[in-house]
Design a protein around this ligand. Structure first.
Ligand code: NAD
Ligand code: DAU
Length: 335
């Protein structure tokens, strides 16, 4: 299979590329990635060069370049992950979110339609559903009610993908996954931030009362769900992916500190994220029944493995945390 992946130098994308090349010897893979601050060639450095992999540094919203690539290479399938992915950054400046997540998605859908791509997975997010109260879960029929610029841009991409199916019967499949954690996650995100600040004895910022709930899944389990969605998912259909693992933020941080044997006094309450979604929880029954989706990595075991990974890859994260752009962002966000 000739597979085009976008965003394959990011957190989930690099885990997906690694898994596919290891598990599926029949796949030839092209990875389109703009190498933004979050797209890190070091994420695939251990794997490359690889005879079935080609990296293309390009912007998915660049229509001429995407059309040329699709017409030249004729991918049979696409998994579209490239995005601006961090909610806090979307509150500072939504502009790149609209270009990449909305325009970029339409450009790829158009190029895929023109060249007859047989399967197109749009990697969406549970954030498109908005926020839950203390009870209930989102199913695929829950209304879309995104509440941050990031979530709105992902919902727009999700709806554009649905429109391509309804209008042209383009074989689009949408996955909506919950919060991922695991190796190669950029350290602006909560779990790597807690681990690394704890390792360096720095204060750990907890937004508001820390009782916001996220539904955590190990990135490898997400990747294992994307493959059957790509190969067996029904066109036009949406699949929620989650490990049914709801955790309040404060409890996540306290568990990590306990696993590290670090001082709980490092936790500091800081100003809440404006418009902070209170709770996410997803029902993955459809993916379980129709795709055989079955997450395998238990929460505490996954956290232990993740902590061990960051312990063993100090050069990877130090290089990021020492960069001027990371430090500027950190200063602007946390003061
Ligand atoms: P990430 O920020 O780690 O990686 C994003 C990648 O996209 C980077 O490699 C970046 O260089 C690339 N990219 C950004 N703009 C681009 C552009 N214009 N053209 C080409 N490449 C571009 O993100 P992630 O956490 O790996 O998320 C990947 C996808 O999964 C996103 O679509 C995100 O919305 C979705 N998602 C993430 C989670 C999560 O918990 N991280 C959960 C559900 C869904
Ligand atoms: O739910 C899926 C989404 O999960 C993805 O679509 C996004 O791409 C991904 O970034 C993630 O969004 P969140 O906003 O949930 O993730 P983040 O790691 O930024 O924050 C997790 C929770 O931790 C959230 O409630 C905010 C809180 N938090 C985060 C940071 C960075 C803090 O309390 N302190 C922090 O410093």
């Amino acid at each position: 299979m000739r597979l085009l992946v976008t965003g394959g130098l990011g957190f989930i994308g690099s885990n997906l590329v690694r898994w596919i090349l290891q598990q599926h010897p029949d796949v030839e893979l092209v990875n389109v990635d703009a190498e933004t601050y979050a797209g890190n060639p070091a994420n695939l450095a251990d794997l490359l060069p690889h005879p079935r992999y080609r990296g293309v540094r390009a912007d998915v919203a660049d229509r001429a370049t995407m059309r040329a690539l699709f017409h030249d290479w004729h991918p049979e399938a696409v998994v579209h992950l490239a995005a601006e992915s961090h909610v806090d950054r979307s509150l500072q400046d939504a502009t790149p979110f609209l270009r990449t997540n909305v325009e970029g998605t339409q450009v790829l859908l158009d190029a895929a339609r023109e060249t007859g791509v047989g399967r197109f997975v749009y990697v969406s997010t549970d954030e498109v559903y908005g926020s839950l109260g203390p009870t209930g879960v989102f199913t695929e029929t829950s209304p879309l009610a995104p509440r941050s610029p990031y979530a709105v841009s992902k919902a727009a991409g999700d709806l554009l993908a649905q429109a391509a199916y309804h209008t042209w019967r383009q074989p689009v499949i949408i996955t909506r996954c919950s919060n991922n954690y695991g190796p190669y996650q950029y350290p602006e995100k909560f779990i790597p931030l807690v681990i690394l600040n704890a390792l360096e004895g720095q204060p750990i910022p907890l937004y508001g009362d820390g009782q916001q709930v996220r539904d955590w899944i190990h990135v490898e389990d997400h990747v294992r769900g994307l493959w059957p969605a790509l190969t067996r998912g029904t066109p036009g259909r949406v699949y929620n992916l989650s490990a049914r693992n709801e955790q309040p933020n404060r409890a996540v941080a306290e568990t990590i500190l306990a696993l590290l044997g670090a001082d709980p006094a490092l936790l500091r309450t800081v100003r809440d994220r404006p418009g902070h979604d209170r709770r996410y929880a997803l029902d993955p029954s459809r993916a379980e029944q129709e795709l055989g989706f079955a997450p395998r990595i238990p929460w505490r075991e996954g956290l232990r493995q993740t902590i061990a990974w960051y312990h063993q890859h100090t050069a990877w994260w130090r290089a990021i945390r020492e960069r001027e752009d990371y430090q500027n962002y950190y200063q602007q966000q946390y003061g």
